[in-house]
Design a protein around this ligand. Sequence first.
Ligand code: SF4
Ligand code: SF4
Length: 355
Amino acid sequence: MTKPTTDSPPILESRSHPFFTSKEEQRYIALGHEYPDFIYPAHPDAVQEGFAYLFSAGFRPPSGEDFDPDNPPMRRMGIPRRKMIGMIGIFRKIMKGMRQSWEDIEPYFGQLEPTPFEPKPGLWEELNGFIQKKWKDVRVGFTELPQQMIFKNKFTLFRYALIVSQEMKRDKIDKAPDLTAGKEVMRVYGSLGLVVNDIARWLRKQGVRCQSNHPLGGLTNTPTLAGKAGMGWQGRSGLLITPEFGPRVRLAPVFIEHPYFEFTDHRDHDWIEAYCELCQRCERECPGQAINSEKTVAIDNVPGIGALRTCIDRIRCFEFFSKTLGCSVCVKVCPFSEGGDIYERLKAVVQKRQD
Ligand code: SF4
Ligand code: SF4
């Protein structure tokens, strides 16, 4: 058993707000403090996760009012309890998945010294076979996780990432911003949380040390990570646009100790950025006016990505997203959400303009 490295200076700060950080996650972060030499921490330039930022001391509300940790401004916006009551079953599933993901990795603490890497030929094919047999709407990519993509004050146990996506149904998303779309968002959050836990358990049975991360227990910036892994490209809406389902997916990672699979990294989908310049539909139709025309740089020099940029005003988005329990107007109006051959048709539009 590994002894805690008590003489090392702490490299983490537990600053996440308890409103958005479960007690299991707080315990995970506390355990990380005991083993600072064995965890994979966020880069010093890393940014705070979206929702946690809104409850942090670093949050600057547009009104300019002072931060009060006992009554943070975003809490006063109020998430509608009446709407939440109709989704109790889904929230139970979400909570179950989140708890499971933290509990499953607890045995690793105390055994975090790196183990020798022994390649496992054929494991990628076996993993994809396992996934396709169980879930027709799940896709995966594999990449190295840059520390800049880990959220501020957080860490992972391992440095490689299997990124998992799951489709949200089009007929439900088409009802946005009605609660029907919000329920679909939450349904897939719940379902994907259990999918990544299942995949992690399957991998452990194959002798792979890994850590699943619930899509609502965010340790990393998944849309950019999935873009790095070649699964699509980040659109103006900040969401990953995939060739098959457009932005109608949710994402969650499984962190893995060794590079058992070939990286799926490529930039074949980066033309999507040029299409966004022509389209701008999500920006026009966003009910929260949360999508800016210009991108701001959040972090520079991210390995495999370049600059991490965004058009999203997360304060404005969060306000509307929480009131509707999932909003999703930007997903509904995105032409890529149509699926089918739309990816190829829009690519041809961009190519024609560039010729
Ligand atoms: S989720 Fe809604 S509020 Fe947020 S960016 Fe999309 S359309 Fe705008
Ligand atoms: S709606 Fe248009 S601008 Fe927005 S992400 Fe989709 S393609 Fe890009």
